[in-house]
Write a protein that binds this ligand. Structure first.
Ligand code: C2O
Ligand code: CU
Length: 441
């Protein structure tokens, strides 16, 4: 009896594979080596994962709570966990050499995350990141709102790509000249939640919150859902200033969007395809199959918007205080370095700012490659592109700066500490494209 109950519990746990932390107990998160079965090979692929799951466990909690994560490093090299997009105490930000020491093999680190903002976030290592993320270390962190809206379904898609060899192994060379001369390491197998071209079933009439997270090392996604209308209600975790249609939104590594999708009542039996259209060769990401079942009642509500969160007007009389020129040089660890103002991390051109003074920063891309620039611990607003006003109706924590493009952002330093600022193409960051913004108390 007890035994069968145990088995059922294990089964249920396996199905959910997630951790709900509404009660403040610590959650054990262990990075370790393991195996993962892709559908193409007879053998399993050696991967590195959190808690033996690809992607890592879904960590879910409610705004206002303090999550306690017991991180255990079961790898053969140092690691850390960074909580992408969260505004938390600087000491918990997970950047070895900046906010903490690397967590050595066999050692532990306790992360205490006081959750200030509801939304869609994710976590990944910040040590030897181009290799550690690529081998599978990443997961989603959802912070639920105080009052949950009555969505029919909350779907979470962690988007990734893998560079796999014919023998089933992950291509074992990292930060290659090829990766560095181009836009980092792009894989040959796109996945959603670790699955190649998965299919999802929903009911006619349902209203779905679909959360997309680009957790790839370098690939940029531009998802298109043929035949379904989708509205963007949140970007990088935060509600937008006003809701707009998905169209051709570009999700670079690090970016998240939350979509509001109502499945038409008369669509039972249909299949909608989700395609990537970023490159000239579109490919299938996933399918959404609509059940033949009776239509669900469509919940009616307005998703929240945030007109007053870091409004563009805050920066009206502010001059650009800092320009970071983004470019490549010969040299550095890998023969090709990616620079911010001609400097390679850790000899970076850093800035420090007092608390509470609005700032304008310009990222000027002098190269012909892509650079999704990310700032830790802050949300910012895009104000200008190529010196023309281009205020976005949302805030972000990562912005793609295209070839020869310049992007001016406005942000308000609100949290003291040293916040890493870098290109989220892992290979570019690894080759030097990192600096810090220190916010002084
Ligand atoms: Cu996803 Cu330094 O960040
Ligand atoms: Cu870059």
């Amino acid at each position: 009896m007890i035994k069968s109950r145990m088995i059922i519990m294990i089964l249920i746990w396996g199905l959910l594979g997630q951790y709900d932390a509404y009660a403040d107990q610590p959650f054990r998160l262990e990075a370790k080596e393991g195996l993962y079965q892709f559908p193409f090979f007879d053998t399993q692929t050696p991967v590195w994962s959190y808690n033996d799951q690809i992607p890592g466990p879904l960590i879910r909690s409610k705004v206002g709570t303090t999550l306690v994560i017991d991180f255990v490093n079961g790898l053969k090299e140092p690691s850390s966990v960074h909580w992408h997009g969260l505004r938390i105490e600087n000491a918990m930000d997970g950047v070895p050499g900046v906010t903490q020491d690397p967590v050595k093999p066999g050692e532990k680190f306790i992360y205490r995350l006081k959750l200030e903002d509801a939304g869609t976030f994710w976590y990944h290592p910040h040590f030897n990141s181009s290799e550690q993320l690529e081998r599978g270390l990443k997961g989603v962190l959802i912070v639920d709102e105080e009052d949950k809206l009555p969505w029919s379904r909350d779907l979470i898609w962690l988007m990734d790509d893998w560079l796999l060899q014919k023998d089933g192994n992950i291509y074992p060379q990292f930060n290659t000249g090829r990766d560095l001369m181009h836009d980092g390491r792009w894989g040959n197998v796109p996945t959603i939640n670790g699955k190649f071209q998965p299919e999802f079933s929903v009911k006619p009439g349902e209203r779905i919150r679909l959360r997309l997270i680009n957790a790839a090392n370098a690939r940029i996604f531009s998802p298109n859902i043929e035949g379904l209308s989708a509205d963007v209600i949140a970007v990088d975790g935060r509600p937008v200033t006003h809701i707009f249609p998905l169209d051709s939104f570009v999700l670079s590594p690090g970016n998240r969007i939350d979509l509001d999708i109502t499945i038409p009542k008369q669509s039972g039996g249909k299949t909608f395809t989700v395609e990537d259209r970023f490159t000239r060769r579109p490919f299938l990401l996933a399918k959404i199959n609509i059940d033949q079942s009776a239509s669900a009642k469509t919940p009616e509500f307005l998703p929240p918007t945030e007109a007053n969160f870091i409004p563009a007007a805050l920066f009206d009389n502010v001059q650009v205080e800092k320009t970071w020129d983004l470019n490549a040089i010969r040299g550095g660890k890998y023969g090709i370095g990616w620079t911010m103002n001609q400097k390679l991390w850790p000899n970076a051109d850093k800035v420090d700012y007092p608390l509470g003074v609005p700032r304008k920063i310009r990222f000027k891309n002098s190269s012909s490659r892509l650079h999704p620039m990310h700032i830790h611990g802050v949300f910012f607003r895009v104000l200008e592109r190529n010196d023309h006003k281009a205020v976005e109706p949302f805030t972000r924590d990562t912005v793609l700066v295209g070839p020869r493009e310049s992007v001016t952002i406005g942000f308000l330093p609100e949290h003291p500490g040293i916040w890493l600022t870098h290109c989220h193409i892992q290979e570019h960051a690894e080759a030097g494209m990192m600096t810090t913004i220190e916010v002084m108390n």
